[in-house]
Design a protein. Sequence first.
Length: 423
Amino acid sequence: MSPAVSALLQRPPSPAHTGLLVRDLTTGKVVEASRPDELFTPASTLKIVSMAARLSQSGPLAWYSADVTASAAEVNGKASALSSVTLRGGGDPSFSIQGRYSLAALAKQLSARGIKSVGEVRLAPTVDSSTWPALPLGTPVVAVRLSEYPGWNDTPERYAERVISAFEGQLRAAGIQVGGGQSSSLGHVVGQAAVQQFGSVIPGASPPLPAPPAELGLATVRSQPLIELAKQTLKPSDNVWAEQIAAELGSKVAGNGAVTHAGMVAGLRAFLIKVGVNAAPMSLNDASGLSGGNRLTPRSLVTVLSRMYDLPITASKTPITPADAFAQRKNLFIEALPRGATGEASAEARALGGTLAGRFVGSGLDVRAKTGTLPGVSSLAGYVRGKSGHVLAFALMMDQAPGNTLDLRAYQDRMVKVIAQNH
């Protein structure tokens, strides 16, 4: 360990439990280490793991789809009056009531197909909301989430009622009569065998999935690419988006059934093992880092960061080295992270910088990193270019801290500056 880093580690602003690991990504060597294998509460630095896992699972150009299906007999018979329609989603938090990717767009497609009436609106249980802990997120993880409805303190059943009611409203606005009385949310669900066929996450290079035999598709809309959704999760550190997007990690466990919380956690753990992390001692309770029961090591975060640097996810059609991808800002995962020193003078600067917009201003450092904050917890993990020109992956984790964690942020900024100056 360099003397300057060692000296700073001896002078924390409060007696916090502190761990540090820094790896030179050009040489592959660990250049700074202090308690790198001890367990810490990661807070939102856990989003590094969950978003890296999702991008590695589906690819940056994957998209979510929201679909409406109906009885195969009615669709094949070109019926204009449908006994029921099923709304199917994959949990994407960017779905909305109005806009290009919305309930309104689905309703307009149905109207354009000549649908005049719908007896009942159903919701497919692609996500088993009941398996997610109600707290600390404060809103259910659901199969169809509407950006207009935060759903704070809603039960899964109440949220489903809101979605169905909103879709019924959009159907009526499109000139489609909706009958059959009031919908009863999750009581109106389709069979598990058909759950994963629609409302899924579709890899960008793959053809659409076939429809299940019982129902056929009538309308479909798709989201922005997954990398854009990851960016909108990581930069502002959106906890709800992190949980909703990471839910799909449970799809391999679910098979044709609904995605569960246990499946999502298993997906996170499987990703850590795949990239070389000893996941046995880790504790994973969610994908956002809100749970105070999560435990990761500085080494686990740096291992994930190293993997995402060494195997860059890019939009380039030609091979590019990790160093060039970083320098040219073409590593899509790294660019999705908050960026230091953008300042907060404009909406664009604030969006680009995210939670780091106001930090490292005037430092001259190129920092792309994820913050993590809970009571008594403050961490920072990501990338910085060192004095040598080499890119460094670092994780500075602090928990069990009394008092104001704002002091810890200033300390972390000083530590990153010292690390960059010494390497």
